[in-house]
Design a protein around this ligand. Sequence first.
Ligand code: KG4
Ligand code: ZN
Length: 333
Amino acid sequence: MLVLGIETSCDETAIAVVEDGRRIRSNVIASQVELHAKYGGVVPEVASRRHLEAIVPALEQALEQAEVGLSGIDAIAVTHGPGLAGALLVGVNFAKALARSTGAPLIGVNHLEGHVYAAWLDREEEPEFPLLALIVSGGHSDVVLVEGHPSREKDYRRIGETVDDAAGEAFDKVARLLGLGFPGGPAIDSLAAGAPTPSIRLPRAKVAGDYDFSFSGLKTKVQRIVRGEEGEAPGAAELAAAFQESVVDSLVTKALAAAEDNTARCIVLSGGVAANTLLRSELTRRSPLPVIAPPPVLCTDNGAMIAAAGYRRLIAGERSGLAMDVEPGLRIG
Ligand code: KG4
Ligand code: ZN
């Protein structure tokens, strides 16, 4: 079964063709990062307009690379939330038009569920249930227990989340404080890689929920240090490394506790921040369970993960009608 996956929730116009929810036949990602970099963040109106320009070429490329015509596509999966309303609308309307003209079934996909299903792509073995998913992106930091493929009867269980900033948002804000570019995650990742072992230890936030996170206090702490309010500031690279160490330690500690307490059989690490080198290595090093961290290109936003998640819903008989709307505030679990 060939599913076309369409993703336009933020600043990537992404279309993929995936076979049976697992084998990637093509995965085209037109990133808008450079367009937004000069504004220091994603500008919603600019994102929508660029999606409109990029979506037809992305479809053509995805079909060409998959060596299939539109008539060979069995179903269409599209992100309908969460994300920027105007950006989501471009993908959803495009998907509806394709479904209408080809007669292929249509399924709306939760972007966060897509991040979980990146763990099924291009791997020999399927992840085992129950699994613990740590979804860390620019908009979300969720700890989710997945007891089986979700259906109308069995949903995800969100057991932890951030109480303030998402992990990616914290990376982006701290990168701005350090004078690095946008997006901040990759910039901090590479700057920290060349840094000496940090001489300072930044705090790990205390939060009431067992598996919850908080990153805004850490950001304020970095701000005070940068402004010289806490004595002589270390260099940017060392500060980036200390910040990254604190975020990674919080994420790994909470995810491992959640996995152990819920007798998970493996841990899935996904979302844009899952591209982080230290997070990947620390989680793998400290976890007694197998850790599935998809390659970075499948952790950041892409159409293949949307096709993979859509496939599961489709084979369970789910369909979305042409009246489907965008859901910018959609959650998982
Ligand atoms: O999942 P994603 O591509 O888009 C959303 O759904 O939000 O995540 C984007 C976020 C950004 O905040 C970006 O700074 C962060 O992921 N990110 C990283 C890295 N690569 C991307 N954060 C830390 N280290 C990285 N290597
Ligand atoms: Zn995402």
